[in-house]
Design a protein around this ligand. Structure first.
Ligand SMILES: Cc1cc2nc3c(=O)[nH]c(=O)nc-3n(C[C@H](O)[C@H](O)[C@H](O)COP(=O)(O)OP(=O)(O)OC[C@H]3O[C@@H](n4cnc5c(N)ncnc54)[C@H](O)[C@@H]3O)c2cc1C
Length: 466
């Protein structure tokens, strides 16, 4: 017998757990939900984010389905000018607190246990008191921790740091003003992902000159061009036109490199150095202005991953490099989202939310909740929610895109599901597509070509992944 009973136990109050809870509550208003999380506040990894982080995708389709995030404005200045706003880390954290305190808890159906560790088998341990509570789970456990998010302030470094080496996570950079006499003379940013990019942009905007920055970027990466993934009516032709060209490019590509070059040519992807053919793709998103700024840093070190930081040397997989006097290293090497193998989303007594539309964690979790509410039987549920494997290399992108296209096809064949998606705030274009009439000739022309282009892309992806 447990101390209390709940229909659903959600482990993790991050983007996935909260998007799932919000949609489940909307679709099954009578169920009871318990949410347990080690953090003191909702929002998962956003609690530990560096202060200058922002979303890299528009706020318009992040968060939970029932509550808009941000004010829906197009930025008029800065590196995102002309594009839909990106919530800052503090805005995302405040939003999730609002979701918990103004949406979920007032329903009377949700219990929230912060600073609590879920140990499995219905055992919840308070991190503060050590007291154990037992919960009876009437329906299912929802393990929203599977994506394994990792951020610089909490991850474990995979390289050694000798005494005397100055290193910090990006979280501490804004505090440098407190010790002006100890201001670094050089900054070496470790890591080529979104965090490394954000850090370089922060330093340049804060007054560092490009020659004060070195960037250890073992592999070059492709990025989504943010202007091609904008939501709403204003961007209909641009976004869906780019999506069409992207599908056509995939359909015509001879191999992975050719596919990315074609996607670059149609404005869907971009890269920092045009002299380097990137081999990595993690679905990071950037604007053209951000890329232009990043190009100003020319000391880009490609000698593999860092193994050790010695007082005068940096040891990497493929060589060493002398450290400039007064260097501060900034650790941006956390993985963000771990590459764990996809597992069935629906298992006996268990739901494991994963990305079923890449790269949209919030939409994915909400859709999985809809399936839980409206589709009977694990086989049918899993048929609609195949987890998309997170790519690391450009070759792996083909496999991810094939699953993406397969899932979209199954959703479109299910009218109730399609109607829910098209009305869901977390879907960027469904509503606009529904509004198109035969009189909208330009829009119709794009939509008419989308299906054959998608089929050709799927056929070519099958060939490329065979
Ligand atoms: C810097 C950054 C920027 C990003 N920007 C975007 C973006 O613009 N758009 C986008 O779509 N995605 C973005 N992402 C990705 C996306 O936000 C994340 O994938 C998503 O937030 C992950 O949410 P989650 O709920 O899966 O994981 P988390 O946020 O990690 O939440 C999991 C929670 O589970 C808790 N937990 C784990 N184990 C236990 C346990 N045993 N007991 C109790 N609690 C436990 C943890 O404390 C944590 O709070 C970004 C990610 C990062 C790192």
């Amino acid at each position: 017998m447990g101390d209390f009973t709940t229909d659903y136990l959600i482990v993790g109050a991050g983007a996935m757990g909260l998007a799932f809870a919000d949609t489940l509550l909307a679709e099954l208003p009578d169920v009871s939900i318990t949410i347990v999380d080690r953090h003191a506040k909702p929002g998962g990894h956003w609690n530990d984010a560096y202060p200058f982080v922002t979303l890299h995708q528009p706020s318009a389709y992040y968060g939970v389905a029932s509550l808009p995030l941000g004010s829906g404005q197009i930025d008029s200045h800065g590196l995102n000018a002309g594009l839909y706003e990106l919530a800052s880390g503090p805005e995302v954290s405040a939003y999730y607190e609002h979701v918990m305190n103004r949406v979920l808890l007032p329903s009377g159906r949700v219990r929230y246990l912060p600073m609590s560790d879920y140990k499995g088998d219905g055992r919840i341990v308070s991190l503060i008191s050590g007291a154990e509570t037992r919960v009876e789970i009437a329906r299912k456990t929802v393990d929203s921790t599977y994506l394994g998010t990792s951020v610089p302030s909490t991850h474990t470094r995979k390289f050694t740091v000798a005494d005397g080496v100055r290193i910090m996570p990006p979280n501490d950079l804004p505090h440098l003003w407190r010790a002006p006499d100890a201001m670094p003379r050089h900054f070496t940013v470790l890591g080529a992902g979104k965090t490394g990019m954000d850090t370089i942009i922060f330093l340049l905007n804060a007054g560092a000159t490009p020659d004060m920055i070195s960037w250890v970027a073992p592999r070059a990466s492709w990025f989504y061009n943010r202007k091609s993934i904008q939501p709403g009516a204003v961007f209909f032709e641009r976004t869906l036109g780019a999506a069409l060209k992207m599908r056509q490019a995939i359909g015509e590509a001879s191999d992975a490199s050719d596919m990315f070059l074609r996607m670059e040519a149609c404005g869907w992807m971009h890269r920092i150095s045009r002299d380097v053919l990137p081999t990595m793709f993690h679905y990071a998103v950037s604007s053209e202005a951000e890329i232009a700024l990043l190009r100003r840093v020319t000391d880009v070190i490609r000698q593999g991953r860092v193994l050790a930081l010695e007082p005068e040397w940096m040891v990497m997989e493929h060589g060493t490099r002398a450290t400039a006097p007064g260097t501060l290293f900034i650790d941006c090497t956390a993985t963000a989202v771990e590459r764990r193998p996809p597992v069935p989303v629906f298992q006996p007594g268990l739901i494991v939310p994963q990305m079923v539309r890449m790269p949209q964690p919030a939409f994915s979790a909400a859709l999985i909740a809809w399936v839980e509410a409206h589709v009977d039987g694990e086989a049918a549920q899993n048929a609609l929610t195949r987890a998309v494997p997170l790519p690391d290399t450009i070759q792996e992108f083909a496999r991810a895109e094939l699953v993406n296209i397969g899932n979209e096809g199954k959703w479109s064949a299910n009218p109730a599901m399609r109607a829910w998606i098209d009305n869901c705030r977390l879907d960027s274009m469904g509503k606009e597509i529904r509004r198109v009439t035969p009189a909208d000739t330009d829009k119709m022309a794009i939509l008419m070509q989308m299906m054959p282009a998608t089929m050709a892309a799927a056929a070519n992806l099958q060939r490329l992944t065979a």
